[in-house]
Design a protein around this ligand. Structure first.
Ligand SMILES: C=CC1=C(C)c2cc3[nH]c(cc4nc(cc5[nH]c(cc1n2)c(C)c5CCC(=O)O)C(CCC(=O)O)=C4C)c(C)c3C=C
Ligand SMILES: [Fe+2]
Ligand SMILES: [Fe+2]
Length: 349
């Protein structure tokens, strides 16, 4: 029997597929107002700060948004891409979307990018895909390790935009990929490339992940289990063991207890044990950003040198390296299975 799947307006219509790469977000500038706007949106997200808003809002608007923008703005200034007048996170997220778009365009798949906080907004990115005719959209939060504070809030933001639409596209979300072979292969390649640039191998490669309040983990966020899966797979792929590739957590915010061991004190303790040459890899960040380039590359490095360390080098994040685009292509094509085959539904069955 022959039958033709008829979609909407034409017998030959094939549903167009779109991919939305979603990252955290970043300020539009390094000045007080831009940073305050960004931090205000970020730190008002109840997935990020779970405290009762009646208690948190006065602290946020009173102390945090008065004091923190200056410190954070100075840090962004140190790492800002002045040639493009934007933060590294924005540059690399755009590059990743453009690189992936070039790979998927021959299959008629459209790629765009959006941010959870700041611009381009998640809603604008989704509307852009819909305007281009995408009836099926993969929402791809760029976090290898799941956390409610990252993956879930990125998806929430996309669904918030969809809530306002009369005609919704069909959607899928990209699951976390903590030990996906394509991700581990990309990280291992970054390690190899970096080691080849060094005169002598480092005594340790510290693997530093963004931290999370311990309380969120106690309430069920499985983020640290995902970090453990990544580091186990990366150690196997690179031949390092737990002693030469230890796992630590960085970027603590506020007075509560976060996941341990904390990166900064750990690294500062190394010279006293005779470890003076280290490299740091930050596998949880698919793009270099303030937390990798400034917190580790400037602040933690200064602490390490002050404690007697000789050399701390950063293994660059995946950024716009061809291995990063290979990884994205593999993850996305895998997730689009079923949809991409549907492109041929207007044929004999
Ligand atoms: C309670 C506060 C925070 C939680 C929880 C949190 C989780 C979390 N964040 C990332 C990734 C990134 N965070 C970045 C910056 C950043 N993070 C926080 C706070 C929390 N993060 C703040 C206040 C900031 C802004 C900078 C500062 O003032 O210190 C960034 C970089 C953005 C950039 O533009 O460069 C990333 C990326 C993850 C993966 C995560 C949970 C696992
Ligand atoms: Fe963060
Ligand atoms: Fe930080």
């Amino acid at each position: 029997m022959t039958f033709i799947t008829i979609h909407r307006d034409s017998p030959t219509h094939t549903p167009k597929i779109g991919v939305l790469l979603s990252n955290l977000g970043t300020p539009d500038g390094t000045g007080y107002a831009a940073i305050r706007r960004y931090l205000g949106e970020f730190l008002s997200d109840r997935r990020i700060i779970e405290a009762n808003p009646l208690l948190w809002k006065p602290i946020l608007n009173g102390v945090v948004l008065t004091v923190r923008p200056r410190k954070t703005g100075a840090a962004y200034q140190r790492i800002w891409h002045t040639d493009r007048d934007e933060s590294p996170l924005r540059t690399y997220t755009r590059d990743q979307a453009e690189g992936l778009a070039a790979r998927l365009a021959p299959d008629g798949i459209v790629v765009t990018w959006g941010m959870r906080y700041g611009t381009p907004t998640t809603a604008d990115a989704l509307h852009d895909l819909i305007r281009q005719g995408c009836e099926r959209i993969l929402i791809a939060p760029l976090y290898p390790q799941y956390s409610a504070t990252t993956t879930a809030t990125a998806n929430d933001q996309a669904f918030r935009a969809l809530m306002r639409l009369r005609n919704q596209p069909a959607t899928r979300t990209l699951p976390p990929f903590p030990d996906h072979p394509a991700y581990i292969a990309a990280l291992a390649a970054r390690v190899r490339e970096h080691l080849a640039t060094l005169e002598a191998p480092p005594q340790k490669i510290v693997a530093s992940f963004h931290g999370l309040p311990k309380q969120y983990v106690e309430k069920g966020d499985h983020y640290p289990a995902d970090c453990e899966r990544t580091i186990a797979a990366l150690r196997t792929a690179t031949g390092y063991d737990a002693d030469t590739m230890p796992l630590t957590y960085q970027s603590r915010f506020g007075p509560a207890k976060w996941l341990e061991p904390y990166t900064a004190p750990y690294i500062e303790s190394l010279p006293a044990q005779g470890v003076t040459r280290i490299a740091v890899i930050m596998p949880g960040f698919v793009a270099d950003c303030i937390e990798t380039l400034d917190e580790i590359g400037n602040e933690v490095r200064a602490g390490f040198l002050k404690a007697g360390g000789k050399e701390l080098t950063l293994i660059p994040c995946l950024n716009n390296a061809p291995v990063a685009i290979d990884m994205l292509e593999t993850l996305v094509r895998n997730e689009l299975r079923g949809w991409t085959e549907d492109h041929t539904t207007a044929t004999d069955k």
